[in-house]
Design a protein around this ligand. Structure first.
Ligand code: ABU
Length: 541
């Protein structure tokens, strides 16, 4: 096709930005008799496109002539500022602006007219500048961090392709990719068979587990509902993730029927107390439904004794779920998988690769030992999506295993990382972050002013730093002082932008800091940096 002929869309698609106006004029003179009106239209259209005024551009598709530069410019800004600067030790973890003032720095208001590309680029710069750099090595605030290069490309590719993984028909590659990755993860757990799904977060995966446990015991409940059912009880430890209670409420079990089992001195589920509570439940005339054990508790990072819990589940016929959202990644390490001893005995496992394995948010899975249960518990056989008379094997249409309909392909970023690094790459990553957590622990164990809460299991290291002026205090005075010090130190680190580390109280103990690692680009120097920074920030307290 000559450069300036064809339909309007063809012109937009094939023209360079510079030739756009001429092409639009030619297009216009070919397509209408009213030349004055056309001239005006062309001028308006060309100006709005050339000036990047998107108010007149509303179509939900990229046009090369209009968007190529915008894509490249945006990519350059993201690459430089979000990715390279964002992961640099020279950049602050956060540029703190309080919520009252942030709207005067980034114009968050929405208006009737669109804005040009150069203004959009400025907004993108602002979003990057004032967002927390979770890929910065000094961000160790949560159970996720890092900007994995392969994961990020996978995430971008996912968004460029914009799939929904419910049928093979619309997601052929991702349907098979999910099967492959979930099968591999099950095999790491130790299951030759089973099933699994990607979930929108670990909380939802835990909720699925509760529903599966209930469906397994009461298969008719899906149709008949809760009426007429005996009271069901879910057991989890005092230190388990709050999602077990939340999802039990959501599923109609009720938070009062989540029995919180005591933990021992380091935060592991006390199996004697578990058995007592199971027996109590039976005596109450209620049904003990499931135990949700935790592999890597959120705060202390400890692993419940899965093998012993499993023995009780078998004795009393309970479903065993392991919430390994955080600690599941340790299964990939020959050295550290011992913490999850017995996990193959579970009925279901939550495992979030976006946590310890540092896949981008979000990437959560529920893996189960039973085949066909997900389908029977959740299917509704929508005839506009899951037609059984399609020409291909519809067992690859996985969407009806889920309670969601539309669903992101969270698998791609994780698969791409796995392809790029291999299982051995993940193993080295896990071993590295465990090593660094032990290195940090050794640095502070006997250092003056530092008090370790307990020896770490996962990569969580919990501690207090006692400023010089408080070291003479009695235990009870010190507890009160430390409780107040943590929020002050946290405020200082945020306002300085020097690091981000979270604090919390637990079991009646005063606020302490939880240091937690998933970023394998950290170094031993970084560990010394953190020690020094805590001392500097607390010096005058
Ligand atoms: N899903 C638990 C995450 C909490 C945390 O990042 O500390």
């Amino acid at each position: 096709m000559p450069a300036n002929e064809g339909t309007f869309d063809e012109i937009l698609e094939h023209q360079s930005f510079e030739n756009l106006k001429d092409s639009l004029k030619t297009f216009s003179s070919h397509s209408s008799d009213d030349s004055q009106e056309d001239d005006n239209q062309v001028n308006t259209m060309a100006n709005s496109i050339i000036n990047g005024t998107s108010s007149s551009y509303y179509q939900s598709t990229p046009i090369k002539a209009i968007h190529e530069d915008f894509f490249r410019d945006s990519f350059e800004v993201i690459l430089q500022h979000a990715i390279f600067d964002g992961t640099s030790r020279k950049t602050k973890v956060v540029e703190w602006i309080d919520p009252e003032h942030l709207p005067s720095i980034i114009d968050l208001r929405l208006s009737d007219n669109g804005i040009p590309h150069d203004e959009l680029l400025n907004l993108i710069r602002g979003v990057i500048k004032y967002s927390v750099k979770t890929g910065n090595p000094r961000f160790i605030n949560q159970l996720f961090s890092s900007v994995d290069p392969y994961g990020l490309v996978g995430q971008w590719l996912t968004d460029a392709l914009n799939p929904s993984v419910y049928t093979y028909e619309v997601s052929p590659v991702f349907s098979l990719m999910e099967n492959q990755v979930l099968r591999e993860m099950r095999s790491i757990i130790g299951w030759a068979k089973g099933d699994g799904i990607f979930c929108p977060g670990g909380s939802i995966a835990n909720g699925y587990a509760i529903n599966l446990a209930r469906h397994h015991k009461f298969p008719k409940l899906k149709e008949s509902g809760l009426a007429g059912l005996p009271r069901l009880v879910v057991f989890t430890s005092e230190d388990a993730h709050y999602s077990v209670k939340k999802l039990a409420a959501f599923l109609g079990i009720g938070t009062n029927n989540v029995y919180c089992i005591k933990v021992d001195s380091i935060g592991k589920m006390d199996v004697n107390n578990l058995e007592e509570q199971i027996i109590k439940t039976i005596q109450e005339g209620a049904i003990p439904l499931m135990v949700s054990a935790t592999a890597g508790t959120t705060v202390l990072g400890v692993f419940d004794p899965i093998r012993q819990i499993s023995a009780l589940c078998q004795k009393y016929d309970l479903w065993l779920h392991v919430d390994a959202a955080w600690g599941g990644g340790a299964l990939i390490s020959k050295k550290h998988k011992k913490y999850l001893d017995g996990i193959e005995l579970a009925d279901s496992v939550t495992w979030n690769p976006h946590k310890l394995l540092a896949a981008p948010q979000q990437c959560s899975t529920l893996l189960i030992r039973h085949e066909n249960l997900l389908q029977s518990a959740h299917c509704s056989n929508a005839t506009y999506l899951f037609q059984k008379d399609k020409f291909y094997d519809t067992s690859y249409d996985s969407g009806d295993k889920h309670i969601q309909c539309g669903r992101r392909a969270d698998v791609l970023k994780f698969w791409l990382m796995w392809k790029a690094k291999g299982t051995s790459g993940f193993e080295k990553h896990v071993d590295r972050v465990f090593h660094l957590s032990r290195y940090f622990t050794d640095l502070i164990r006997n250092r003056e002013g530092w008090k370790l809460l307990q020896e770490p299991e996962c990569t969580n290291v919990c501690f207090w730093y006692i400023p010089k002026s408080k070291r003479h205090l009695s235990d009870s005075q010190l507890d009160k002082a430390l409780h107040k010090i943590a929020p002050i130190v946290k405020e200082r680190m945020i306002k300085k932008g020097s690091m981000l580390v979270t604090y919390q109280p637990i079991h009646g103990k005063p606020n302490f800091f939880r240091f937690v690692l998933q970023n394998s680009a950290l170094t031993e120097d970084d560990m010394r940096y953190f020690v020094n920074e805590f001392e500097v920030l607390s010096e005058d307290l």
